[in-house]
Design a protein around this ligand. Structure first.
Ligand code: NAG
Ligand code: NAG
Ligand code: NAG
Ligand code: NAG
Ligand code: NAG
Ligand code: NAG
Ligand code: NAG
Ligand code: NAG
Ligand code: NAG
Ligand code: NAG
Ligand code: NAG
Ligand code: NAG
Length: 736
């Protein structure tokens, strides 16, 4: 059922469509206008009034102080990457021995040559120890040694079309990975009693060492964490107090959107099916029809050398052009009938690109441009935004403030930029914004009486963040989890309910979230759910997913959660779909209906644009059509099959086999949905189609083994649980 206001854009579209030779699409929710919303920026570097849509306009974006305009080079092929002044090296702790660099390089070379593959772990650990000697006395020499070894042993691939020596030089340049790797080498605890080396060898050296066993958080640890045994026992008895909505029946509409990854270098006409990484840029090519163009190329390859052409509204293997990102944001108020009351953005604004194209300047430019348009297109409701692993330079990295010297504040340029932006956009007071600098871009605010939103920088449990391998057995080197616990205690005292918002998910197949910090997070969630924590919101995977949090079997290595009944579920995390189609998915966002007072999700509606229709759009009088894909309640609340089999374990009485209309879509609901999926495997297939929003490029999951694995992922809340689920090619993700 469409709310009446949705009919307005529909009618407007039908009137316009009469002039169009193209048959009108079925069940249209909102057709974006074809014209670029040029009023969003005051000026443009490139603003073609071009009916053929041969280029995407390039806005001139002013910085937050309006003192300068970000350079057009960020959006063109000449982009040179991070300037060397962005590189931060550790201080040397001793003077280098004579010829140290040469000896270390020579010794590393013989070590790697002697590696038969029989004991790659020992080889890798010895190599780290040698690297540490150099990093501690001649840190500036480390990038050069990495570059030489990379070239000598072909550490990196050359799909980009660059020569190996060029790829190595650019990748390990100080301001790319070189200086960060030097810090990690210098600060890691490489004694045999520490796991730092094994983690580095597992995650950075492609599995050279096995993954260290996860830490068990025993009763003594948890008692200490939660302020003593008696306090912890009181916490474990917490139940959800019945609450009556502040204004009975009043609901809010809350946008959850994620992973826009806007690509300012998107080039219409470029190769969209490239073999060279992220596509649709001047240098993209498909090796079966073209040779690698030089990086300085500014024009698309000749049409004969392009296998699929990048089109104005975007393509499956490409990040969002401005045109697509803006059409999604414009669609929100139309599909919703009015501006949303509030928005949660779960991270990743910056495009995927080679490490040598990512810079602090690109991060600041993207944040500035995107937050400005959020403000203008989403209305006055605040946008609470989490930092994603791509929203830093270098990508994936964030360092704890416990690091010494210059390395302590190396990412503060980013947190301070966000702090200024959140105030400038009118979402935060100065006092609220102070937290953003202290918590690595995170913050805790109460936008409505009784609701608290805690936003975390989840890079501190992301496997791609090499700084997490320092003090690797310590689960909270950033202090974020201690701070979260403190915020939850405060919220509980005040009777608030909390939404935890972040980018990288903790559970599903366990491939993204590190075992120790995500397991501690799970313990924290268990202790404050369901009473205080209402919901958890993540992004990152670009796919529609959810994770149910069950109580942990503290030291069990078996699969306790796989068998737990639904009524024991404590919390649920929602993973939002992406706006970027860049991983072969259709572009999408969702809007929750939230009950005021309980702050629980009553339903959500998901909207998507079919990227395979984009090549047909230029020449018509409209842009992408944003359609209603599904309502969660309509799609998933029929539990008849599991109820008939006697396997419905939610305990909430059903109404004719359906989840009651008055009950929220809380953790019990999502856990009971997994009962239903076991009873009705076709429901997993439906879920799977929505994971990629009906993308024709989505990988299928048609075997029962894959379906079982999917249900296991839905019931996995942390890295350890996720890794205990079965794995298989294409099981966890629709992306090919
Ligand atoms: C350092 O290397 C140079 C040439 O590579 C060599 O002549 C010299 O003896 C070396 N010094 C030491 C102390 O090893
Ligand atoms: C390099 O290897 C040689 C021979 O094994 C050894 O004498 C020397 O101490 C090593 N140098 C370093 C810096 O590890
Ligand atoms: C691995 O080690 C074993 C015993 O140490 C040896 O027999 C075998 O040849 C080695 N394999 C390789 C490939 O080096
Ligand atoms: C290195 O790790 C071990 C094991 O956790 C610990 O005992 C030792 O104190 C650590 N060393 C430093 C310098 O922190
Ligand atoms: C490259 O182009 C060929 C021919 O058009 C196509 O079959 C192939 O899938 C493309 N490669 C990629 C990685 O998309
Ligand atoms: C384009 O394709 C033609 C025909 O296959 C080939 O001869 C030419 O080298 C290609 N050009 C580029 C830039 O790859
Ligand atoms: C690692 O632990 C040591 C000892 O507890 C501490 O001094 C150091 O700051 C920690 N390093 C990081 C990166 O947190
Ligand atoms: C694991 O759990 C069992 C029973 O629940 C208990 O007896 C045992 O002491 C626990 N082991 C550890 C290491 O906590
Ligand atoms: C979910 O809602 C139902 C119905 O209100 C309630 O009985 C159940 O306890 C709730 N579950 C959680 C985890 O809050
Ligand atoms: C619920 O699903 C069952 C089959 O599992 C079907 O027979 C029934 O009609 C469905 N109920 C509704 C209200 O859709
Ligand atoms: C119901 O649960 C039992 C025991 O877990 C299981 O063997 C059976 O396959 C389930 N039936 C359905 C229809 O899910
Ligand atoms: C975990 O549970 C799934 C079923 O949901 C099962 O297929 C898998 O084998 C279990 N893994 C372990 C280690 O028990």
């Amino acid at each position: 059922m469409l709310p009446p206001l949705l009919l307005l854009p529909l009618l407007a579209w039908l009137l316009l469509a009469r002039a169009s030779p193209v048959a009108p699409p079925q069940s249209v929710d909102y057709a974006a206008p074809s014209a670029f919303p040029t009023s969003l920026w005051q000026s443009y570097f490139l603003s073609p009034a071009d009916a053929h849509m041969t280029a995407v306009p390039r806005p001139a974006v002013s910085d937050v102080a309006h003192t300068r305009v970000f350079g057009d080079a960020l959006a063109t092929a000449q982009i040179t990457g991070a300037p060397s002044r962005d590189a931060v090296f550790p201080r040397p702790s001793s003077a280098p021995a004579a010829n140290l660099t040469e000896t270390v390089l020579a010794n590393l070379t013989s070590l790697i040559r002697a590696n038969t593959g029989n004991d790659s772990c020992a080889t890798c650990l010895s190599a780290l120890a040698l690297g540490q000697t150099l990093a501690r006395s001649a840190p500036h020499h480390v990038p050069g040694v990495l570059q030489t070894l990379c070239e000598r042993f072909a550490f990196l691939g050359t799909a980009s079309g660059l020569a190996l020596s060029d790829v190595c030089r650019r990748t390990y340049a100080p301001a790319a990975l070189g200086a960060s790797y030097t810090q990690v080498l210098s600060y890691a605890n490489l004694t045999s009693a520490s796991a730092d080396g094994c983690y580095l060898c597992h995650y950075v050296a492609k599995g050279a060492c096995p993954l260290p066993a996860p830490r068990v958080f025993d009763a003594a640890f948890l008692d200490a964490w939660f302020g003593g045994a008696s306090k912890r026992a009181a916490l474990t008895r917490r139940q959800l107090a019945p609450r009556s909505p502040a204004t009975p029946g009043k609901t809010l509409r809350v946008l959850h959107f994620s992973d826009i990854h806007v690509d300012p270098r998107f080039l219409v006409g470029a190769e969209a099916r490239c073999t060279s990484g992220q596509c649709c840029r001047a240098e993209s090519f498909n090796s079966s029809v073209a040779a690698a163009p030089p990086l300085s190329r500014e024009q698309p390859l000749p049409a004969a050398n392009v296998s699929e052409t990048a089109v104005y509204w975007g393509n499956y293997k490409c990040d969002s052009p401005w045109s697509l990102a803006l059409s999604a944001l414009e669609a929100v108020k139309h599909v919703n009938g009015k501006a949303v009351d509030m928005s949660l953005y779960t991270g990743d604004m910056v495009t995927h690109d080679a490490v040598w194209h990512i810079s602090r300047e690109l991060v600041r430019y993207t944040q500035q441009a995107m937050y400005d348009v959020f403000k203008r297109l989403l209305g006055s409701g605040p946008v609470f935004s989490a930092i994603g692993n791509h929203d830093t330079a270098p990508s994936d990295f964030a360092s704890p403030s416990s690091l010494p010297d210059d390395t302590r504040g190396q990412f503060s340029y980013d947190w301070l930029n966000l702090r200024r932006l959140f105030v400038a956009e009118g979402w935060f007071t100065h006092a609220e914004a102070q937290q953003v600098g202290r918590h690595y871009g995170g913050f805790s605010v109460s936008p409505r009486q009784g609701l608290r939103v805690v936003v975390l920088n989840t890079d501190f449990w992301y496997r791609g963040n090499v700084y997490n391998y320092l003090n690797s057995s310590a689960p909270d080197i950033s202090g974020n989890l201690k701070w979260l616990t403190h915020e939850l205690e405060g919220a509980e005292k005040r009777g608030e309910r909390v939404w935890i918002v972040g980018h990288v998910l903790t559970g599903w197949d366990g491939s993204n979230g590190l075992d120790n910090p995500t397991t501690l997070f799970h313990h924290i969630v268990a202790h404050f759910s369901p009473k205080t924590i209402a919901h958890i919101f993540f992004g990152h995977t670009h796919e529609d997913q959810f994770s149910v949090f069950f109580p942990q079997a503290a030291n069990s290595t078996s699969n306790a959660t796989a068998l737990a009944p639904a009524h024991e579920a404590q919390a649920v995390a929602f993973m939002a779909p992406s706006i970027t189609p860049g991983s072969n998915v259709n572009s999408a966002f969702r809007i929750y209906t939230v009950t005021e007072g309980t702050w629980e999700v009553h339903d959500y509606d998901e909207y998507y644009a079919d990227v395979s229709s984009f090549p047909e759009l230029p020449g018509t009088d409209h842009g992408p059509v944003w359609r209603h894909l599904y309502s969660a309640r309509e799609a998933y609340s029929n539990f008849s099959a599991s109820a008939a089999a006697g396997n419905y374990s939610g305990q909430v009485p059903l109404a004719s086999g359906q989840w009651p209309a008055s009950a929220p879509l809380n953790a019990t609901f999502w856990a009971a949905l997994t009962d239903e999926m076991w009873a009705r495997p076709a429901l997993v297939d439906t879920f799977r189609e929505r994971q990629g929003r009906n993308s024709p490029r989505a990988r299928q999951c048609a075997s029962q083994a894959c379906r079982d694995a999917m249900v296991c992922y839905m019931r996995s809340a942390d890295g350890v649980e996720g890794k205990r689920c079965p794995s298989g090619d294409g099981f966890a993700s629709v992306q090919g």
